[in-house]
Design a protein around this ligand. Structure first.
Ligand code: PMP
Length: 341
């Protein structure tokens, strides 16, 4: 086994905002780990300068366009997004001198639209529609990019510069921060960039490290990984994760196993994390931690499982952390301790 490669993402003052992306702490969850008898570690992606794991993809995609000569000063980046990729692209764009046009479906947390407007992105909000409908935000972003002179379409789903950013930075950082001593990596997929890129880096180091998909209900990936068939069941309020088709970034993921987590468990975990571990995170991060905890139980005592804390709770204060919203969605947290796991 080779030594875990050192992190290759640099934090350089000269690179400004862009140089501050990555090299996030790997945070232990001591109370959860003690309860399970297994070590659970969360990669604190909410500490990226744009507040989410998608800052890495935004940087990777923009730098790839620059290297290929497709994006020049004053250029325009267009993207369809649940929010976080747009936020990352808007800030990278501001720092590097690009305009951003962001298309979002109308069913996401209001905080994310507000941030994009504050950052000066041109925001287009379209009615939420399935991918098979041409009105879907993904297709609208493609059409805007095609109709805008000098624009590039980030296309985070099919553009594997997204996955490559994680293979080059997130994966090596996890290996370096654990000294290569981890047994499993558990993560949800929105585009699959995180699980594919990190998974590839981990597998290149040691094929024995298990790469596990955490899926919300309403997504077809759990079924795909466990049966080979794309099939979705149920629904979820989780934002930025879950998908019903196979996209290029997910297709490159070496996934060994999958598990599903429902919204009640996600909500219980989100509130437990802030109350017991002092970690204020978004729904996908809470789902990841719940899945990591459940998966760890299938491993021997003392095993180490790493997951991703994708973004912070601030972005979801009007939903996941709002009493009225929790009541309306019938997910008011009520569990004592970790009995929901
Ligand atoms: N969590 C949140 C909150 C996100 O916005 C995203 C990206 N859509 C993810 C998780 C999933 O990341 P990835 O696209 O790398 O699969």
């Amino acid at each position: 086994m080779a030594n875990p490669s050192p992190s290759t993402s640099s934090t350089s003052a000269a690179d400004g905002f862009v140089g501050a992306i990555g090299n996030t702490p790997l945070i232990g969850l001591p109370k959860l780990s003690a309860a399970l008898g297994r070590r659970i570690l969360g990669k604190a992606e909410f500490l990226n300068p744009g507040g989410s794991v998608k800052d890495r993809a935004a940087r990777g995609i923009v730098e790839d366009f620059e290297v290929r000569g497709l994006l020049k000063p004053g250029g325009v980046v267009v993207e369809g997004t649940a929010g976080n990729t747009g936020i990352g692209l808007a800030l990278v764009g501001n720092a590097r001198g690009y305009r951003t046009i962001i298309v979002m479906p109308d069913d996401q947390a209001p905080e994310k639209y507000g941030l994009l407007r504050t950052f000066g992105a041109e925001l287009h909000v379209v009615p939420a529609a399935p991918y098979t409908n041409q009105a879907n935000y993904y297709h609208e972003a493609r059409r805007i990019a095609e109709a805008t002179p000098g624009a590039v379409w980030a296309n985070q789903f099919e553009n594997t510069a997204n996955r490559d950013a994680h293979e080059r930075t997130t994966g090596p950082e996890i290996l370096s921060q654990t000294g290569g001593a981890l047994d499993a990596f558990v993560a949800a997929a929105g585009t699959g960039g995180t699980i594919a890129g990190v998974g590839r880096a981990l597998k290149a180091y040691a094929a024995s490290i298990r790469v596990v998909l955490a899926d919300p209900y309403g997504s077809a990936l759990f079924s795909y990984v466990t049966t080979g068939e794309l099939a979705a069941e149920g629904d979820s309020n989780a934002e930025g994760i879950g998908i019903k088709r196979i996209v290029a970034n997910f297709a490159g993921a070496p996934v060994d196993d999958a598990l599903r987590v429902d919204d009640r468990t996600l909500t219980e975990m989100a509130h437990w994390l802030v109350r017991e571990e002092g970690l204020f995170v978004g729904g996908s991060a809470a789902l990841n931690v719940a899945a990591a905890a459940r998966y760890s139980r299938t491993l021997p005592a003392g095993s180490t499982v790493v997951t991703i804390l994708c973004d912070g709770g601030e972005r979801y204060r009007s939903r996941l952390y709002d009493d009225a919203w929790l009541r309306e969605n019938d997910v008011v947290p009520q569990a004592k301790d970790l009995e929901f796991l």
